[in-house]
Write a protein that binds this ligand. Structure first.
Ligand SMILES: NC(=O)c1ccc[n+]([C@@H]2O[C@H](COP(=O)([O-])OP(=O)(O)OC[C@H]3O[C@@H](n4cnc5c(N)ncnc54)[C@H](OP(=O)(O)O)[C@@H]3O)[C@@H](O)[C@H]2O)c1
Length: 319
């Protein structure tokens, strides 16, 4: 089943699971290899995923874009897949991450991304995040201009609050809003819901909370030295134990349904009204095989209410 992330007049139909290209970029994810990444992209495509989410800063030197072009380029499939990219953040030569939403920078990044992707046009072009030094309207104008000149089919915006979304919309109408959203981080529920009721599609990220909600890390799991997830609050202290309390329930429910925890988590997220598309990252083919099977999983109201009940107990807003 596909969903429209374009407009009514000009639909852009995508799979409800989009492939997240951050892990394959190899910036924070350990153990990525070029071959595994190419195979994973290819597998995602073979599994029916047609929506690929990249960004100017996915890789110190555009690795995610280059991988997309290498694995899927040169075939008719490459023209047919839906590529969404984001501008407004880049790495310096000494690997410092910089937020830069100035119009001249955004224009340069758009042209550079098209060159790396080997495309005349991307399907969705997002402002990656607002630059606190630049009025968001100025950045939004460049996204609108890219749509007007045909470098992008549709506009998107990511990592904004309600006010910033309104300011963005005053100069550029996005068809997609991208925000973090998962069972343990539901703070964006209201903003996502109101975007959807206003005709904007939503693409949510960190559905698996970078692997934690795949349920394969037991309570006493130690993340490897150098794993950047060690720095996330949710991988530490009370938050870790709360996550494990939720995972205990999810493990039982998943076993009863003969599915995996990752599949249960993605299926629950897909069932939420505020969600159009779940962006799922993967670095190996078997990971995307597992997560994409959630597309076939329809949860009963009883399973959903068992999960929702636990989330309410944990203080997660669900509306
Ligand atoms: N707009 C933004 O600012 C923004 C920010 C973040 C992400 N995004 C987008 O959203 C996408 C999703 O976020 P994400 O990739 O950071 O996180 P994610 O989808 O929550 O988690 C991906 C990670 O989970 C683990 N994993 C995936 N499938 C698994 C499976 N079946 N079993 C066990 N582990 C599995 C892998 O990590 P390990 O194998 O290393 O454990 C993988 O790298 C990104 O790729 C990107 O496209 C956008």
């Amino acid at each position: 089943m596909q969903i429209n992330v374009g407009t009514e007049q000009s639909p852009l139909m995508v799979s409800r699971i989009g492939f997240g290209c951050w892990p394959i970029a190899g910036v924070t994810t350990l153990g990525t290899t070029w071959k595994d990444s190419c195979d994973t992209l290819q597998r995602a495509h073979d599994l029916g995923i047609n929506f690929f989410d990249t960004a100017y800063c996915y890789g110190f030197a555009g690795e995610a874009d280059r991988l997309l072009r290498e694995s899927l380029g040169g075939s008719a499939a490459y023209e047919e897949i839906v590529i969404a990219t984001k501008v407004g953040m880049h790495y310096t030569s000494d690997q410092q991450r910089i937020i830069d939403g100035r119009p001249e920078t955004l224009r340069r990044e758009i042209d550079h991304a098209l060159e790396r992707l080997g495309r005349q046009q991307v399907d969705v072009l997002y402002l990656h995040l607002p630059d606190p030094k630049v009025p968001i309207e100025q950045s939004a104008e460049v996204i609108a201009e890219a749509v007007k000149t045909g470098k992008a089919r549709f506009a998107g915006v990511s990592n904004v609050d309600a006010q910033q979304l309104q300011q963005f919309r005053s100069v550029c109408e996005p068809t997609v809003l991208q925000l973090p959203h998962n069972m343990l981080q539901t703070d964006n529920t209201q903003l996502l819901s109101s975007a959807r009721s206003g005709g904007i599609a939503t693409a949510v990220y960190w559905v698996l909370m970078k692997g934690l909600l795949a349920g394969k890390m037991p309570r006493d799991h130690q993340l490897a030295e150098g794993d950047r997830r060690r720095e996330y609050d949710i991988y530490n202290g009370d938050a870790w134990h709360q996550a494990q309390d939720l995972l205990d329930l999810l493990r039982t429910l998943a076993a009863d349904l003969s599915v995996t925890v990752a599949q249960l988590v993605v299926a629950w997220t897909l069932a939420r009204n505020e969600v159009s598309v779940c962006l799922c990252g993967a670095k190996r083919p078997e990971q995307i095989e597992e997560t994409s099977a959630a597309l076939e999983l329809v949860l009963t109201p009883e399973v959903i209410s068992a999960i929702d009940g636990k989330l309410v107990e944990l203080g997660q807003p669900l509306s």
